[in-house]
Design a protein. Structure first.
Length: 280
């Protein structure tokens, strides 16, 4: 497994859900193998909120969304795809959006092995394809919509497809020829390209999508308004102090910004084009 900081949490123990402190949910899309980083970020946020911030890792977006719905999480770093889905009543508020390379945006990459003979999306016929998570925009929704636009059915195109539930493991699967191709979050691939170039050097970007709103941090509506405001303020001002800048640098982010939910309209439109009945 990668020694890189970013892109999964597979090595972290799963803390029990408790109601002491502030519960902050993460999936395997964010960070892996660096418990010290989470201890630092947790202390940083705890100091600014005036109570302990406890990171809770789960494997999939679906598990995180269920914990948000039941009130077992106060905040979570999720994907734009589950964010645009219909909830009645609505139980989430947009708290902050990460800023990467100057904008709150990212892309979906379709990657192949560097030595692959695959040169176009059409060449994926009969191949093995790795998705990240069925509720991922970059790792599932975008590649399927991209193929549909050129009249290719993903379900008929691939010989086998599977989920890694971790963008870094998708990169590994392609680099190690476990999969012929895969769909990954551009932020994760670019981060790994900086921190583990030997890995990404064994892959090649076949297709870059248009940009979409970066996976947001959300809070549970109806929670403690003071805590919600304090979390928002802590994230939005991280770039203003030395400790915050150091943490952001470790995540390869410029900071967090306040944006309107309309930032994710392109994801909503994409899901509607694929007739997802759960998208509002």
């Amino acid at each position: 497994m990668l020694a890189a900081t970013l892109a999964g949490l597979a090595a972290m123990p799963l803390p029990a859900i408790g109601r002491e402190g502030v519960q902050f949910g993460l999936t395997a899309v964010v960070v892996r193998e660096n418990i010290a980083f989470f201890e630092r970020w947790g202390r940083y946020l705890s100091e600014r909120l005036g109570r302990p911030v406890i990171f809770v890792r789960r494997r999939s977006y679906r598990e995180i969304m269920e914990l948000l719905e039941t009130g077992e999480l106060d905040f979570a770093w999720i994907c734009g795809y589950p964010f645009v889905r219909r909830r009645e009543p609505e139980y989430l508020d947009l708290v902050a959006v990460p800023i990467f390379e100057g904008a709150p945006l990212y892309r979906s990459y379709v990657i192949v092995h560097r030595d692959s003979t695959i040169r176009s999306l059409e060449d994926l016929k009969g191949k093995v394809f790795a998705y990240s998570d069925p509720d991922s925009n970059s790792g599932y929704l975008v590649p399927r919509a991209t193929l549909a636009r050129i009249r290719l059915s993903p379900d008929a195109l691939f010989r086998i497809s599977f989920f890694t539930y971790n963008h870094a493991e998708t990169v590994e699967a392609v680099a190690n020829r476990v999969a012929d191709a895969g769909a990954v979050d551009s932020y994760v691939w670019e981060y790994l390209h900086r921190t583990n170039p030997a890995l990404t050097a064994r892959t090649r970007i076949l297709h870059r999508s248009e940009t979409f709103g970066f996976p947001p941090i959300v809070g549970r509506r109806g929670g403690d308004k003071g805590i919600n405001a304090a979390m928002r303020a802590a994230l939005l001002t991280m770039h203003e102090d030395a400790d915050g800048k150091s943490l952001l640098a470790q995540l390869a982010l410029d900071g967090f910004g306040a944006y309107e939910p309309s930032l994710f309209d392109e994801i909503r439109q994409l899901a509607r084009r694929l007739s997802d009945p759960a998208v509002r």
